[in-house]
Design a protein around this ligand. Structure first.
Ligand SMILES: *Cc1c(COP(=O)(O)O)cnc(C)c1O
Ligand code: SF4
Length: 391
């Protein structure tokens, strides 16, 4: 990336720029630094100051360097630069905690919503504070923080043998420092009923140089680990980001992407198709596409649900199935993720279903006469599972 075009960073060497420590030592966190880099945003500085009265701001130099300042609706800018629209709270729509995460926390920072997996929030810190963050109430608000109780969380997981999958997130799972992260991962791995560990992190698009061989060697000691990342726009897929993802995948750590559908950023079939295609081309699986939540102050990022369905329609069948994510709404009130998409089932009778395909052609499928679908192995597998959860 061409960082030398910024006066502030003209003297920065490639060694410094590509060192995550330099990136972290030079995070941009004030409106003044932002305007120094982008005099084009001068008119917005009062709005930015107003919003920063309540909310945090931070970005890596690397991520800011991806902004095209001549485009007022640049997708990287919209994700990074505070807007006064964030101060709008729409009565009757916006909610502080739309997913009722606080209600489903048996231990502060641990969300236990589904039977077999938990979301473990170990920090409220992020390298980039995404303006659309669903967890704004704890991540972006200056006055708030996550009451993180890591020891208590691990104890809870230990005592609940039904939990097999732990999503370490926050904030950003990778900002806590390698020592703390490793201590959490190793303590989880020592619990016999824990199978999958996931790491939730926006570092690959935001500060890809942080994905070092040392970090990856640490992570891979605790396999099976899935790396859940968050790219929202094809312009985030740079040579640096590709290198970071390749390092993870080459070391046997699958990388999955959870994008958010964001108005004016990726809210059209062309942009989304390019994003999904570029992701799968670097071996990152598009996993979820989230409808934007009802959190306070992010109404300007929301798209109609019909737009999400239209985008899904434009993907399925038209691009490699590997590139197609599942479009979900995280149900307001804490109902969990609900998948949505175009309807391909036109009618369903006892003996026949009528379907349509991606190209709008109609097909018939004849149902079998035999409907007994019981498997001979069910009881044996159930018994084995019971033994496992009891031990
Ligand atoms: C999204 C989420 C999960 C994980 O859901 P998957 O569908 O398994 O990816 C788990 N717990 C909570 C609270 C979540 O929001
Ligand atoms: S990285 Fe994730 S948790 Fe952090 S601000 Fe962005 S969306 Fe929120």
């Amino acid at each position: 990336m061409n960082w030398q075009r910024f006066k502030k960073w003209a003297h920065v060497t490639p060694e410094q720029w590509n060192d995550w420590r330099w990136q972290y030592q030079n995070l941009v966190t004030t409106p003044e630094e932002l305007i120094e880099l982008f005099p084009e945003f001068e008119q917005e500085v009062e709005d930015i100051r107003l919003t920063l009265g309540k909310y945090k701001f931070s970005s890596s130099p690397y991520y800011l360097s991806l902004i095209d300042p001549t485009n007022p609706e640049d997708p990287i800018k919209l994700q990074t630069v505070p807007s006064r629209l964030e101060m709008n709270i729409e009565a009757g729509v916006d909610r502080r905690d739309p997913l009722a995460e606080d209600r489903d926390m048996p231990v502060p920072g641990l969300v236990h919503r589904y039977p077999d997996r938990v979301l473990f929030l170990i920090t409220e810190i992020c390298t980039l504070y995404c303006r659309f963050c669903t967890r704004r109430r704890v991540i972006l608000e200056k006055e708030s923080h996550i009451d993180r109780q890591i020891d208590q969380g691990i104890d809870y997981i230990k005592k609940n043998p039904h939990i097999h999958d732990v999503i370490i997130s926050g904030g950003d799972a990778l900002v806590v420092g390698e020592k703390l992260l490793e201590s959490v991962m190793s303590r989880l791995r020592a619990i016999p009923h824990i199978n999958i560990i996931r790491l939730g992190s926006r570092i690959p698009p935001v500060c890809p140089m942080r994905i070092t061989p040392e970090l990856v060697n640490m992570i891979k000691k605790y396999q099976p680990v899935f790396f859940m990342t968050h790219f929202n726009h094809p312009f985030e897929i740079t040579p640096e980001a590709k290198k970071a993802c390749a390092l993870l995948v080459d070391n046997g750590i699958p990388v999955m992407n959870q994008a958010v559908l964001l108005r004016k950023i990726n809210s059209c079939p062309v942009v989304m198709r390019k994003l999904c295609y570029d992701l799968i081309s670097m071996r990152v699986k598009p996993y979820y596409l989230y409808q934007c939540d009802l959190s306070e102050g992010i109404g300007h990022f929301r798209t109609p649900v019909a737009k999400g369905i239209e985008i899904m329609e434009s993907l399925r069948g038209h691009v490699s199935g590997l590139a197609v994510p599942t479009y979900v709404i995280d149900a307001p009130g804490g109902g969990g993720k609900i998948p949505l998409g175009p309807n391909y089932l036109m009618s369903h009778s006892d003996h026949k279903v009528i379907l349509r395909n991606y190209a709008q052609k109609i097909y018939e499928y004849n149902e079998p006469l035999e409907t007994d679908c019981r498997c001979s192995t069910t009881e044996a597998i159930k018994k084995a599972l019971d033994v496992q959860t009891q031990s």
